[in-house]
Design a protein around this ligand. Structure first.
Ligand SMILES: *Cc1c(COP(=O)(O)O)cnc(C)c1O
Length: 400
């Protein structure tokens, strides 16, 4: 082993010792409610495909039609190589769906955050994040160079303290500092929601802007799956709507919805949009097919099935599981304990990944159970039985 690999191997050993080592598990089937992993069929509670659209015939057909017509790759940045029609069709449909003037798509949700937040803010500005905001929002906030402040999860009082502090800072140069609040509408690892109405009132009172990442609400919450901002009638009062096309929409990519001016500005200033090859046309066409599905009778039926599955798990007597949405955290604390619980479930044919630091805080390791419309009642019953069995093994009093 050379010095380079020795250095890295030492760091990997440290991760192993801390129970934080991760590895890929190869899947040899389509990513549906059942997965083939290492020659075994497992029930899959790990995916964000909340409506089971990723393998839907309409998305497959749309992607294949786009490949036939436009080829496999986009060949260049959209500003450089011409902007393929499927991206425009998708953006028009997204804007109509979210009820905003315009939309812009990126190659992923991660790239969306990384392009957008640094484009909006400069060094003198302030970005305020919920403590549980997704890593891409944190990275984007850091990359912006703006002053970064964090408030405790959903804590409006602490947020207001920060807004008051930001408003009291002396202006540097010719303009007051911009303040951008960043949160999620359904949190990715806890499944709970942000108090959007109160956040909007607060940011309006302080003249701040709000970015709401609806990665886990798009397709699932609100009328036709338009998200929680739409559900609460807040669309026009939120400056920046963000989402991903890779979760409930079953395709790939990310998006911003907002005013025409915002979108024109991002085309000019969002570096992850400008300096990156456009997503493949097939991804855009699949996402467009998903949007159409969401607004159909079938979309409604799939959301109802997902709600029924959430209800079924809510009704199960499993202390420790917090069932508020399709994302069900089962907090186990210690990293090793979460890994052991995941192993217990895997032995019983159920695939749920252990989520550890740095995805969640140290000592807040958990299993993240995600539910889908593609799960059948008996799938949930199998999950409940396996979790109950683990809980029963844990109730023996610990020896001192
Ligand atoms: C998954 C996720 C993203 C990133 O989206 P990708 O399309 O997967 O890159 C952004 N924000 C939140 C809250 C997410 O959960």
């Amino acid at each position: 082993m050379n010095a380079f690999d020795r250095d890295l191997a030492g760091r990997l050993d440290a991760l192993r010792a801390a129970g934080l080592h991760r590895q890929l598990r190869r899947v040899d089937s389509a990513p549906g409610a059942r997965l083939e992993v290492g020659g075994r069929k497992l029930l899959n509670f790990s995916s964000n495909d909340y409506l089971g659209l990723a393998t839907h015939p309409a998305l497959r057909a749309a992607a294949m039609r786009a490949i036939e017509r436009f080829g496999a790759g986009s060949t260049a940045s959209r500003l450089l190589g011409g902007s393929l029609a499927p991206h425009h069709e998708l953006e028009e449909a997204l804007a109509a769906f979210k009820g905003t003037e315009a939309a812009l798509t990126f190659s992923s949700g991660y790239a969306t955050a990384l392009g957008t937040i640094p484009a909006l803010l400069e060094r003198e500005d302030v970005v305020v994040l919920d403590r549980l905001a997704h890593a891409c929002l944190v990275d984007a906030a850091r990359l912006s160079g703006a002053k970064l402040r964090v408030f405790a999860h959903n804590d409006l009082n602490e947020l207001e303290d920060i807004l008051r502090w930001a408003a009291s800072r002396p202006p540097t140069g010719s303009r007051p500092a911009r303040v951008l609040i960043v949160t999620e509408s359904v949190f990715s690892m806890d499944g709970d929601g942000a108090p959007l109405r109160e956040l909007v009132e607060l940011k309006e009172r302080y003249g701040a802007w709000l970015l709401v990442d609806e990665a886990h609400a798009t397709g699932v919450c609100g009328p036709d799956g338009r998200g929680r901002a739409a559900e609460l009638g807040l669309t026009g009062r939120i400056e920046v709507h963000m989402g991903t096309l890779g979760k409930a929409l079953g395709a790939s990519g990310g998006f911003i919805c907002g005013s025409r001016t915002l979108i024109e500005y991002l085309v000019n200033r969002a570096r992850s949009f400008i300096f990156s090859t456009a997503p493949p046309p097939a991804a855009a066409s699949a996402a467009l097919a998903a949007l159409q599905l969401l607004q159909s009778e079938e979309g409604r039926a799939r959301r109802e099935r997902l709600q029924a599955n959430i209800g079924r798990l809510q009704a199960a007597p499993l202390p420790g599981l917090r069932v508020e949405s399709a994302i069900v955290p089962w907090i186990l604390g210690e990293e090793a304990r979460a890994v052991a619980a995941a192993e217990h479930l895997r032995e019983r044919g159920i695939f749920v990944p252990a989520i550890r630091y740095p995805t969640v805080a140290r000592g807040a390791a958990r299993l993240r159970i995600s539910l889908s419309a593609a799960h059948r009642g008996e799938d949930l019953d199998a999950l409940v039985a396996a979790v109950a069995e683990w809980l029963a093994t844990q109730t023996q009093p610990k020896r001192a």
